[in-house]
Design a protein around this ligand. Structure first.
Ligand SMILES: [Mg+2]
Length: 269
C-alpha cells in the first residue's frame, strides 16, 4: 500500500539529511498545475511559482521540471531563471549553464513532420481531436472525441507509425503523442541532470513527482530515490503518492521551510 508523502515527512527528512544536494524532479501538467482541456490555457499559480523560485535559489537544491511540453512552451509557462527545464519528455534540456538536446531525435525530425501531415488528415475523420505541434514531437488530443472511436484512432496511429518507422506512440491522459524512437525518457533526463552536479550521484538526494504514464519511467528506474505519484493509481511504480497539485504545493512548502542539514560541499553546476 502506497503512503501519502505528507504523512511520511519524518522518513523523507531522514532520507534527505545525509545527502549533499537534492535534485527535485517535477512533471508540469497535473503535478504543478491542474490539467486543463486546452493545454495553452494552463497557468501556474503565483504562490506555486514563488515556492519553486525559493527552492531553486537554494545552493543545495536543483529543481528540474520535466514535461511533455516543448521546451519553449515550458519555459514560458514557468518563467523562472534558476530552474532546469526538460521539454519533450527530456529530449530538449536547458538550465543555468546546462544545454542538452537528443541528436538522434533531431535526426528523426523529418519523420515526425511526415507523421504530423498524415495526422492532419485524421482530424477530418475523427471529429473532436486536435493536434499540438511541440517541435520534436506532437500530440493528438482526444478529450472531445466520442469514446467509442478512441480505439480506432489508436489503431490508425499504430498503422501510421509502423509504416513510417522510427517513431513510437506515448499515451497520456486523453492524449497520444508521436515521439521519435530514441532511448531518452523522463528517467534518463532526470539522471542526466543529477550527473551534471557530480559524476557519482550516490550522495545526491533524488525526489521525483509526476502524474503521467511517462513519469512511470522514472518511478520504475529510480532505485536510490523517492518517487511520488500525483493522483490515485494503485499500480504506479512510485513509493509514495499525493492526491493532487494542492498536496504537491504542501510538500514543496514543507521542503522550503527546512534545510535538512544538506551540506553544500559542491558547486551547483
Ligand atoms: Mg502530467
Amino acid at each position: 500500500m502506497k503512503k501519502n508523502i505528507l504523512k511520511s515527512l519524518c522518513e523523507i527528512a531522514d532520507y534527505i539529511s545525509p545527502k549533499t544536494h537534492l535534485v527535485l524532479g517535477l512533471d508540469f501538467d497535473g503535478t504543478l498545475v491542474p490539467i486543463q482541456d486546452v493545454p495553452s490555457s494552463v497557468f501556474i499559480e503565483n504562490n506555486m511559482r514563488s515556492l519553486l523560485d525559493l527552492l531553486s535559489k537554494r545552493e543545495n537544491i536543483t529543481i528540474a521540471i520535466i514535461s511533455g511540453r516543448s521546451l519553449d512552451d515550458l519555459i514560458e509557462k514557468v518563467g523562472l531563471s534558476d530552474v532546469v527545464y526538460a521539454g519533450n519528455h527530456g529530449l530538449n534540456i536547458m538550465g543555468p549553464g546546462l544545454r542538452n538536446i537528443d541528436i538522434k531525435a533531431l535526426q528523426k525530425q523529418q519523420t515526425v513532420e511526415k507523421a504530423f501531415v498524415l495526422c492532419k488528415n485524421l482530424t477530418n475523420k475523427f471529429s473532436g481531436i486536435f493536434l499540438e505541434d511541440k517541435t520534436l514531437t506532437f500530440s493528438i488530443h482526444y478529450r472531445n472525441l466520442n469514446p467509442k472511436n478512441v480505439q480506432e484512432l489508436h489503431l490508425s496511429l499504430k498503422n501510421m507509425v509502423s509504416e513510417l518507422g522510427d517513431l513510437v506512440i506515448k499515451t497520456g491522459k486523453c492524449v497520444f503523442e508521436i515521439y521519435p524512437a530514441v532511448e531518452t525518457n523522463k528517467f534518463t533526463a532526470f539522471s542526466w541532470v543529477t550527473t551534471q552536479i557530480v559524476d557519482d550521484t550516490t550522495n545526491i538526494g533524488k525526489i521525483y513527482l509526476g502524474d503521467d504514464d511517462t513519469d512511470e519511467d522514472v518511478f520504475r528506474s529510480l532505485k536510490d530515490g523517492i518517487g511520488v505519484h500525483v493522483g490515485h493509481k494503485e499500480n504506479s511504480f512510485s513509493n509514495y503518492f499525493v492526491k493532487d497539485p494542492i498536496e504537491v504545493k504542501e510538500f514543496l512548502s514543507w521542503l522550503s521551510q527546512h534545510d535538512f542539514g544538506l551540506t553544500p560541499t559542491i558547486g551547483k553546476f
